[in-house]
Ligand binder design. Structure first.
Ligand SMILES: Cc1cc2nc3c(=O)[nH]c(=O)nc-3n(C[C@H](O)[C@H](O)[C@H](O)COP(=O)(O)O)c2cc1C
Length: 215
């Protein structure tokens, strides 16, 4: 796969996932090996990645994910209220499709991380940056590796509104933080992605200070 295509068109796969195609765990293991090559704080690698294949566990997590989503949107699905065909409409439709189908996605992957540095006063920003910065580079590497092998996923964080329940369900120790929830499956046959629509560099990059000229 062309590297620039891979880097610009590794998209959030939801409806693009083939819910009926079995996942080869050897492929997932290989993608995780590549994912774990990513930078992480002091190379502590104090992570544990949970790969959930058991259908009963997936169903319970999907239920919690749905409850979390409904909590955020006021109790009922809202995609139908957003004009179809608009970028917002497409995201909402895709997001709610995942809410409805999470239990059918063949694998759910949850990267967990144990903060390892002693805390000092006023270190909140440093703590959060080190913590999540030790998870998401590996998540992105994992996404890229999946894409090259015909698999897809989508970073999701909604389940964290039910993180305690998920912690109990999976036996995650209190000292570990869940970074996100990655629903993983094969991409549907023939599925390709276009590069993502993002704001232009000139609009979001400033030189020599916040108010400086664009690059
Ligand atoms: C930190 C983060 C949290 C996200 N949480 C969710 C989520 O809970 N559910 C979901 O369906 N998508 C989630 N997404 C996916 C975004 O909606 C998606 O990346 C965005 O719409 C851009 O689409 P693209 O990745 O296809 O370019 C999340 C993405 C990021 C980076």
């Amino acid at each position: 796969m062309d590297v620039e295509y891979l880097l610009t068109a590794t998209r959030s796969a939801r409806k693009a996932l083939d819910l009926d195609a079995p996942v080869d765990l050897a492929d997932i293991r290989e993608c995780l090996r590549i994912g774990l090559q990513a930078a992480n704080g002091s190379n502590q690698q104090s992570w544990r990645w949970l790969v959930i294949a058991d259908p009963a566990l997936r169903a319970e997590i999907a239920e919690l994910y749905r409850a979390a989503y409904l909590l955020r949107v006021g109790g009922q699905l809202i995609a139908d209220l957003v004009p179809a065909g608009t970028p917002e409409g497409r995201i909402m439709s895709s997001t709610e499709w995942l809410v409805e189908n999470m239990s059918r996605v063949p694998l759910l992957v949850i990267p967990c991380y144990q903060p390892y540095l002693p805390r000092i006063e006023g270190d909140e920003s440093f703590h959060q940056a080190t913590l999540y910065g030790s998870i998401f580079p590996a998540v992105w590497n994992f996404q890229l590796a999946l894409h090259t092998r015909g698999y897809g996923t989508c970073i999701t964080t909604l389940h964290l509104h039910r993180e305690v329940e998920v912690r109990r369900l999976l036996g995650i120790p209190e000292s570990y933080v869940q970074g996100c929830l990655l629903p993983v499956g094969r991409l549907r046959a023939g599925q390709t992605f276009r590069p993502a629509r993002r704001r232009p560099v000139g609009e979001v990059v400033a030189r020599d200070g916040w108010a400086g000229p664009a690059l």
